[in-house]
Design a protein around this ligand. Structure first.
Ligand code: ZN
Length: 165
């Protein structure tokens, strides 16, 4: 069992203001398996636990690269990921009302959540639903095709043709 997949006791970590470093292969996150074309790559970061107005909170940082499948040309698409989020870890949806301002509520059922679940929540917000090449990195199919072998002989062929006239 990967360390990030272990359910953690939110209250205990908030009490001790724990800092946890993590590193996750995106393909191993069960919550991302529904992404069309799949996902590869790696993210790393740190989760700092604490308490704000009685609620357990976590500051999450995330850095890495996701490799997705472009849904237009079906070729790999590299997506740099960088995020920092302040989340409030609530045991049930009824606690959502007491979440301090500027904190994003994340459900930790029974006061337990794994780093993998926290990271998945954040990634689902940053990853595109339909990944596609755009801007500075267009689809491979619209790029200039490489010259085909033999094409360089054409000028001479044309010259020979002209000399026949
Ligand atoms: Zn593409």
């Amino acid at each position: 069992m990967a360390p990030w997949s272990k359910p953690l006791e939110v209250d205990r970590l908030a009490e001790s203001q724990a800092d946890l470093d993590y590193e996750i292969e995106l393909a191993e996150l069960p919550g991302l398996r529904s992404l069309r074309g799949g996902v590869a790559g790696k993210v790393a970061g740190r989760v700092h636990f604490g308490r704000r107005s009685g609620t357990a909170v976590a500051a999450l940082t995330l850095d890495g690269t996701a490799t997705l499948q472009c849904q237009r040309c079906m070729q790999p698409l590299q997506l740099p990921l960088q995020a920092a989020a302040d989340v409030a870890l609530i045991a049930s949806e009824a606690d959502a009302a007491s979440v301090p301002a500027d904190f994003e509520p994340v459900l930790a059922p029974g006061g337990r959540i794994s780093i993998g679940e926290l990271v998945t929540e954040e990634l689902l917000l940053s990853l595109p639903i339909v990944p596609a090449h755009a801007g500075s990195e267009p689809c491979a199919s619209v790029r200039e095709p490489p010259p085909a072998a033999g094409e360089t002989h054409k000028p001479f062929a044309r010259l020979a043709e002209l000399m026949k006239r």
